[in-house]
Ligand binder design. Structure first.
Ligand code: TYD
Ligand code: MG
Length: 456
């Protein structure tokens, strides 16, 4: 009997080591190595031959870049516009998409909707390793989805799955979820680093060789990382996260990696009694403000992928009971808030070292760009001075350490979106001031923080 090989794999970067050590030599993280058994017969990436699309009998295996046939199969729509948007315009045949999210985020629901609709036009196979076929069938029926053509398989063995796929040759294959899959070649439990890695590699190889669009579902851990090795993120083409908890009706789908389109594109859905519905005009939902607005509330214009998004930001500044005042940011980066408070002190003359500062982005939106800086500071000032900001005011702009207001991309489009939603006043960076006036929009262009504070 061949001897089993043992390797130590880093959970963070996926690097392999021959012996255990406290620190990963590749990424320098501590305590991330776990022991895996490599199958005797197959090394981790031993090529498995699925029916290749075109027989490879050419003499040379290399090709000149310019001679490569670019007439690839066109993308196809998932039938859900917001999902297509995050994918960069639809699914690419042979590509591998990973959808991550907390339990209950709606990954299975979203994919079931997509697959039922797509099965009307093409061969589609949905593999469920978590729910029974009855459960899935009942859900599809309740959601009123077409169920006559979608092929289903309840299976967790990866070899069985690819075999079934080879038989029915789907154009699109969903595997829900990658963490419950296992391969007979690997002698460790499903969900372990080595199993997830092996199973993903196996499926990806199948997808690439047959030109099948593959969608994998992945779970996230408490700290928001994808469970299992980070290496999964390197293996796939697109990675997107479905976010929004049980207590929130809205779900956002954010692209984090995309080899076929823009990254950081945002899709917005609402969870309804009839499954996930697209929200085509997301600004409208995040803007539902109360009749009376209070100090510290302000609307900013973010840029999400290829479109603007109007979101309300709220700040609360209150004298602190502690020596160490609290800085709490929900939906924003804590360090950035601390940095901006320092800028406010130094260049705005407002001292907040004895104040607790809380900031929140309404609707559970996570802000990842710097164009929120100016709005954040003005909201903080508004709460600090206990004076309400005008309801019809929008703000965007990056704040530099020298107190300068820096321009942000797509200023014109942001202003147009704000005007469309009935805003009539804006404070923006000088370089973003519109060349042609926008109808009904009174724009104040500022180049320094002090000017913005004056404008208030
Ligand atoms: P699910 O797709 O099972 O989540 P995941 O696969 O990401 O773990 O979604 C389950 C949640 O969605 C659950 O909290 C109930 C809710 N839900 C609705 O509100 N309406 C619906 O029509 C469906 C199908 C689910
Ligand atoms: Mg699920």
């Amino acid at each position: 009997m061949a001897k089993q090989k043992i390797a130590y794999v880093c959970n963070d970067c996926g690097a392999e080591h021959t012996q255990w050590q406290g620190q990963c030599m590749a990424c320098n993280e501590w305590n991330t190595l776990s022991r895996i058994m490599l199958g005797a017969a197959t090394s981790p990436s031993a090529p498995k031959n699925f029916k290749p699309k075109d027989a490879q009998n050419s003499e040379s295996r290399t090709q000149v870049l310019g001679s490569i046939d670019l007439n690839e199969q066109p993308r196809f729509t998932t039938t859900i516009g917001e999902l297509d948007r995050v994918l960069g315009g639809g699914l690419v045949p042979g590509s591998v998409v990973l959808i991550g999210g907390n339990p209950g985020a709606g990954k299975s629901t979203l994919l079931l909707q997509v697959m039922c609709q797509l099965s009307e036009e093409m061969e589609a196979l949905y593999v469920t390793g978590e729910e029974s076929l009855q459960q899935t069938g009942m859900r599809a029926k309740r959601l009123g989805l077409p169920t006559d053509n979608l092929k289903m398989l309840a299976e967790t063995n990866i070899e069985e799955i690819t075999q079934a796929a080879e038989e029915c040759q789907p154009k699109i294959l969903v595997v829900d979820s990658i963490q419950v899959m296992h391969s007979a070649d690997v002698a460790s439990a499903p969900g372990s680093v080595s199993q997830v890695r092996e199973c993903a590699a196996y499926l990806i190889q199948y997808a690439k060789q047959t030109g099948t669009a593959l969608i994998l579902v992945g779970h996230v851990t408490k700290d928001g990382n994808l469970a299992g090795p980070k290496v999964l993120e390197h293996m796939i083409d697109c990675f997107m996260m479905l976010e929004g908890g049980e207590d929130n009706r809205y779900r956002t789908l954010r692209g984090q990696k995309n080899r076929f389109g823009a990254v950081n594109e945002l899709g917005v859905f609402a969870m309804t009694g009839l499954g996930l519905k697209e929200v085509k005009n997301p600004s409208a939902i995040f803007l539902a403000r109360t009749e009376e607005i209070s100090p510290g509330s302000l609307v900013m214009v973010l840029w999400e992928g290829t479109r603007p998004l109007l979101v309300e930001i709220q700040a609360l500044v209150d004298s602190s009971q502690y020596n160490n005042p609290r800085r709490v940011a929900v939906g924003l980066d804590n360090n950035r808030v601390a940095m901006l408070l320092a800028v406010l002190h130094r260049h705005g003359g407002l001292f907040m070292a004895d104040q607790d500062v809380f900031v929140n982005v309404v609707g559970g939106v996570k802000v990842t760009e710097t164009s929120a800086d100016l709005a954040l500071l003005l909201a903080i000032v508004s709460s600090f001075k206990d004076s309400t900001l005008p309801r019809e005011l929008v703000v965007f702009g990056e704040v530099g350490l020298a107190g300068e207001i820096r321009p942000v991309p797509s200023g014109q489009e942001r202003l147009q979106e704000a005007a469309k939603h009935g805003f009539t006043r804006a404070i923006v960076p000088k370089a973003n001031a519109p060349k042609k006036p926008i109808a009904g929009m009174d724009v104040i262009a500022v180049s320094k923080l002090s000017e913005a504070l004056e404008a208030l």
